[in-house]
Write a protein of this length. Sequence first.
Length: 182
Amino acid sequence: MKKIAVFASGNGSNFQVIAEQFPVEFVFSDHRDAYVLERAKALGVAAYAFELKEFDDKAAYERAIVALLEQHEVDLVVLAGYMKIVADTLLARYEGRMINIHPAYLPEFPGAHGIEDAWHAGVDQSGVTVHWVDSGVDSGQIIRQERVPILENDTLESFEERIHAMEYKLYPEVIRELLSHL
Ligand code: GAR
């Protein structure tokens, strides 16, 4: 059985959808008070949390993450709202085994506010992208992406809901596919 770990910084709704469909070895959060940790508890998934500021530097922080991944023999790292740039220490060990989901149609609207940026740009469609993680911001090789239209009577909230609905459909599909090839 291939093992997955999910990384999330906040709410964790993507984590929840994933954990309802796949055994998740553990969830990691870079915020000790993230809501995802409560979701993990409710679902009986192991959870770890520590913060970058608790370490001397990012390399030391990522060494602690690598230690967890190695201890649990994780095969696939699934970033789901993990809002930190992955640096050399983690990439050196897991590049090619780490994926991310982004709430826009990359390379359109990278960064921390993909939904709002598309909305305020006034485009008539955006989307959702799953990609391999590299050292850039939402820049790795694209695995799959789907368009989500912005409808005439959409509000930011209704548009956001449809983006998330697409995430909840697309991410498990990609994970299932990747796990079958690992
Ligand atoms: C998701 O929409 C995810 O695509 C986005 O953060 C949200 C996390 O929601 N990630 C990025 O913007 C990465 N650049 P969640 O915590 O409820 O899953």
